[in-house]
Ligand binder design. Structure first.
Ligand SMILES: [Zn+2]
Length: 136
């Protein structure tokens, strides 16, 4: 449970913004930043962002809903949102856990994601939804 990064508190309700400030979200983070990670899937490897997840109800759009653009590809299950003005990815609805959003930790106001230690890399190349289950 990460409730402070480099001496900056992660608030129970923390604001997240894109670079230009058009898009502002409020996140419910009662347990701080939970399991921050990187992912090596085709889109995350290009973004390079550290992400963490919240339940869908844990994100509300405070400002700039009209600037949020949806990007989908391949199975079209995951919903990737970015600011149409500055291009920054703010959050996405997950394919592996559609009842969760992942958010861009680098967009949390005041938080420097490079101060997080030992951020693991999630195996997004062999996506959990694509793994073959052993025959029962
Ligand atoms: Zn923006």
């Amino acid at each position: 449970m990460i409730t402070s990064v480099g001496g900056v508190a992660v608030l129970p309700r923390h604001r997240l913004s894109c670079h230009c400030g058009a898009v502002v979200l409020e996140l419910a983070l009662p347990d701080g930043i939970v399991e921050p990670r990187r992912c090596d899937c085709s889109i995350c490897r290009r973004k390079g962002a550290i992400v963490a997840s919240v339940p869908l109800a844990g994100i509300s759009v405070v400002e700039g809903a009209e600037f949020l653009q949806l990007y989908q590809f391949n199975t079209k299950v995951a919903r990737h949102y970015f600011c149409s003005r500055c291009g920054i990815h703010t959050h996405h609805q997950r394919r592996s856990f559609p009842d969760q959003y992942s958010y861009n930790v680098g967009c949390l106001e005041g938080i420097n994601p490079f101060l997080l230690n030992d951020v693991p890399v999630y195996d997004g190349v062999e996506h959990p939804a694509d793994r073959k289950r052993p025959a029962a």
